[in-house]
Ligand binder design. Structure first.
Ligand code: GDP
Length: 369
């Protein structure tokens, strides 16, 4: 068969990979060979809706590298629920000297009572360790439409006649934000949102006009293999992603007690006085408490059933869980399981451990609270 290209973005049309560039339903491809749009361009044109595409690490790096050679403002989107897990390491090596604004999304899942100023202070402390150099921070909830006007005002403040690129890992909510911006934008104007082929890639980037000559350009997200999301099917992914303000669950534990977060991770309190542990996980995740001496047995008997997700099949793919040990520091800390949640601990100098799949990031950080 001759290669047929999408009229919108120029990708070669294909019928086998739904999430790759150029996908089109087989029936449509057989009906007509002219004026065809891939599913992504079709949805963008007719519904003003952006869908994700998957690209390889190489394609992603090419795109980021390109940004270093243009004079642009970069919006780097992160997930406030999993800040470290959604940070792109060595970002300045890719984007060069360009100015960057950090956009912290999913503000709605953190406690309302928490002050925005305090969240920003905490973000600054953490990103410093990653060598991030930023102009400003915006806190938004793309899904609820909160903070978007403030973000647009920040963009205007810093972009000074330049294009604006949005970058971020998958699942930070980039499509949700771009869709929200497209909706606002199209309420005000009939200007066309366009796509353009990025040199050296198979990819079309969405361009939203900011003025006559400049665009807000969406780039695809990089898949983050140390986030839990990568290892779950769609249904279980929805189960772990918090949808609204998290109601923390507080447990008073004696040493040698264990908490299971469904079958996804396990927390052991190994040594210290009786103390409290504040757990921030999606409200859908069930916490099971047991004695440390009983934990291995409970897990092997009930994984994939009482302790699910993961399903038995997913657990088979995840492999035996790795144990990470921590001794808590003087100041309050959070122990994070990337993309799943975190446990906030005030007591200093106690010993705890986390069991989680070997590729999922587990780390300790200064507390958000
Ligand atoms: P992308 O991969 O970065 O494009 O992320 P998506 O826009 O597809 O969002 C990933 C998941 O996060 C989806 O389940 C969204 O519904 C959810 N999400 C996006 N924005 C928000 C938000 O502001 N708050 C909450 N609670 N969830 C969000």
């Amino acid at each position: 068969m001759n290669e047929i290209k999408c009229l919108g973005c120029g990708s070669i049309l294909q019928t086998s990979h739904k999430n790759r560039p150029g996908y089109i339903d087989e029936n449509l491809l057989n009906k007509d060979t002219e004026n065809l749009l891939c599913q992504r361009c079709f949805k963008l044109k007719h519904y003003r809706e952006l869908t994700d595409v998957e690209i390889s690490q190489d394609e992603y790096i090419k795109i980021l590298n390109k940004i270093a050679f243009v004079d642009a403002l970069v919006l780097n989107m992160v997930d406030l629920f999993d800040l470290q897990g959604s940070i792109i390491p060595s970002i300045h090596r890719f984007i060069g000297q360009n100015d960057m604004i950090l956009v912290g999304n999913k503000r709605d899942v953190l406690p309302k009572s928490l002050n925005d100023g305090k969240i920003k202070q905490w973000i600054r402390k953490i990103i410093k360790e990653y060598g991030y150099n930023i102009k400003d921070i915006a806190l938004v909830s793309a899904q609820k439409g909160h903070g978007i006007d403030e973000l647009m005002a920040l963009i205007e403040k810093y972009r000074s006649n330049r294009d604006v690129y949005i970058i971020g890992s998958t699942n930070v909510g980039k499509s949700t934000l771009v869709n929200a911006i497209i909706k606002r934008f199209t309420e005000k104007t009939d200007d066309l949102i366009t796509t353009s082929q990025f040199p050296g890639t198979t990819l079309d980037l969405i361009e939203i006009p900011l003025d006559e000559n400049h665009y807000l350009i969406d780039t695809p997200g990089i898949i983050n293999k140390h986030q839990y999301a990568f290892y779950l099917d769609k249904k279980n992914l929805q189960h772990i992603l918090p949808k609204k303000e998290i109601k923390p669950k507080v447990y008073q534990l004696d040493k040698e007690q264990t908490l299971f977060f469904d079958g996804l991770a396990r927390f052991d309190y190994l040594d210290g006085e009786r103390t409290s542990f504040v757990c921030y996980f999606s409200n859908d995740i069930k916490v099971h408490r047991t004695k440390l001496s009983n934990a291995d047995n409970l897990f092997s008997k009930h994984i994939g059933e009482l302790l699910s997700p993961p399903s038995k099949e997913e657990y088979g793919n995840l492999g035996k869980y790795k144990i990470s040990h921590f001794r808590t520091p003087k100041n309050r800390c959070d122990i994070v399981i990337s993309g799943l949640g975190f446990i906030s601990i005030k007591a200093p100098n106690i010993k705890v451990a986390i069991h989680a799949p070997k590729n999922v990031g587990v780390y300790i950080r200064p507390s958000l609270f």
